[in-house]
Design a protein around this ligand. Structure first.
Ligand code: GDP
Ligand code: IMO
Ligand code: MG
Length: 425
């Protein structure tokens, strides 16, 4: 049994949900360690579609233990919505779903503040999911946050809320927004806390003990490393460390315990929200990818911007995550294109570079240099082995693996659990 991490290597929505679902089979525990209900992880099996925002995807396997660790921005309302949906669909959560007492709580005013800030930024907005993620993590860093465990201690909760609400009311008055009713918020949170009590644990020892006992633990990354607060396209990022580097702080378990990192990429690239996207294709190619790939946000329903696979970006993110192997999703979406392109370097200020710049201006001016591949017309959704793939698809996969310099171990050819091909058998 091993300890592994799945990380998104683009701007999120790479298909991590599907890949975690497929990989979950060989693990005992699945852990979310960063992000919050801004994530939307889709899993499809037996004709049924499930979208999880906060609860680890492993919950769809009845024998797995699932943990929402301390690094998650925890929204109790979304949590109970998901729990109720799961129960109505026949999935049990009692005794196998745990929430860290140290996870920070997304409070209703975090959501309001997220929306107000985005409105104020107008054309310069980040394009957030409006789930209160930025304000929740800001309060955590400012030491004005409320943790899940604090919801179980009315006196602590009252004190922490008083500090945070006083500051928020000051901010809200500058936006001419309504004041927060502290008493009613306190009552709501205390009663949600009681409902939450059976799920609340110190999750660090829970995970550490599972690892010490030799059980398999899978860390489910949310978002993608181009949205990482430090290494992404700041400020057009989310507010957490999204991949492998989020595991240590987000769980209290040493990252040294992680034996393997699987990076997930799409066969092309998408981005939902604002910010630079060098390989974006607003024309017919983008339209093909969006229509065939069903590229609409799993959390907000927004259309996702689409473009060619960008290996300059993937080199950057694969390195940040110390990626051992890559799984590519959505190869089927490329069917029907005459020509398929992959960016291998950028031209910036007249010079060719393979480095992914931090500067927004340089990234915005980067002209991708592409390798071009012949497309294929066949629908490949039914392919279950490399022998079923058209030769043009195989050439494309071999070239991507070589250019990425990391083993490409599997490729997904459809939404469903069984639509995946191992490339290394
Ligand atoms: P995540 O956030 O990384 O888990 O990805 P999302 O679930 O937000 O978005 C991925 C979308 O692609 C979902 O609708 C999946 O059902 C779908 N998907 C995953 N793998 C494949 C694939 O190989 N082919 C196709 N056509 N769809 C896929
Ligand atoms: P999964 O786990 C795609 C994007 C938002 C926005 C930026 C900041 O499904 O891959 P936030 O609400 O986090 O403050 O928004 O980050 N974003 C995602 N994009 N997939 C996600 O998660 C995302 N989570 C946040 O669109 O650009
Ligand atoms: Mg998603």
């Amino acid at each position: 049994m091993s300890v592994e991490c799945v990380a998104g290597l683009q701007w999120g929505d790479e298909g991590k949900g599907k890949i975690v679902d497929v990989l979950s089979e060989k693990f005992d525990m699945v852990v979310r360690f960063a992000g919050g209900a801004n994530a939307g992880h889709t899993v499809v099996f037996e004709g049924q579609k499930y979208i999880l925002h906060l609860i680890p995807t492993g919950i769809l396997h009845p024998d797995k233990t699932c943990v929402i660790a301390n690094g998650v921005a925890f929204d109790p309302r979304v949590f109970f919505e998901e729990v109720e949906n799961l129960h109505s669909q026949g999935f049990e959560t009692a005794g196998r779903l745990f929430v860290s007492d140290r996870a920070h709580v997304v409070l209703p005013f975090h959501r309001q503040l997220d929306t107000l800030r985005e409105k104020a930024l107008a054309a310069d907005k980040i394009g957030t999911t409006a789930r209160g993620i930025g304000p929740c993590y800001s309060d955590k860093a400012a030491r004005l946050g409320v943790r899940v465990g604090d919801m179980l201690e009315p006196n602590t909760l009252r004190k922490l809320l008083r500090l945070s609400v006083a500051e928020k009311n000051f901010i809200f008055s500058s936006y001419s927004s309504e004041r927060i009713d502290e008493d009613s918020l306190l009552e709501t949170l205390a009663s949600l806390g009681e409902k939450l009590r059976p799920y609340v644990r110190q999750t660090r020892p829970l995970i550490a003990e599972a690892i010490a006992a030799g059980r398999g633990v899978l860390f489910e990354g949310a978002q993608g490393s181009l949205l990482d607060i430090d290494h992404g396209t700041y400020p057009y990022v989310t507010s957490s460390s999204t991949g492998l580097n989020g595991v240590g702080p987000g769980t209290g378990v040493s990252a040294r315990k992680i034996e393997r990192v699987t990076g997930v990429i799409k066969s092309y690239c998408t981005r939902v929200g604002d910010g630079p996207f060098p390989t974006e294709q607003p024309g017919p190619v983008g339209e093909h990818l969006q229509a065939r790939g069903g590229e609409f946000g799993a959390t907000t329903g927004r259309p996702r911007r689409c473009g060619w696979l960008d290996l300059v970006a993937v080199h950057h993110t694969a390195s940040i995550n110390d990626t051992d192997s890559i799984i590519m999703t959505k190869l089927d979406v490329l069917s029907g294109l005459e020509e398929i392109k992959v960016a291998t370097s950028y031209e910036i200020e007249g010079k060719t570079t393979e480095e992914f710049p931090a500067s927004l201006e340089l990234l915005a001016s980067a002209k991708p240099k592409y390798e071009s591949f012949e497309g294929w017309q066949e629908d490949i959704g039914g392919a279950r082995s490399v022998r079923d793939l058209p030769s043009a698809a195989l050439k494309y996969l071999e070239a991507v693996e070589k250019m990425a310099g990391i083993p490409l171990v599997s490729v997904s050819v459809g939404k469903s659990r069984e639509q995946i091909i191992s490339l290394k058998e």
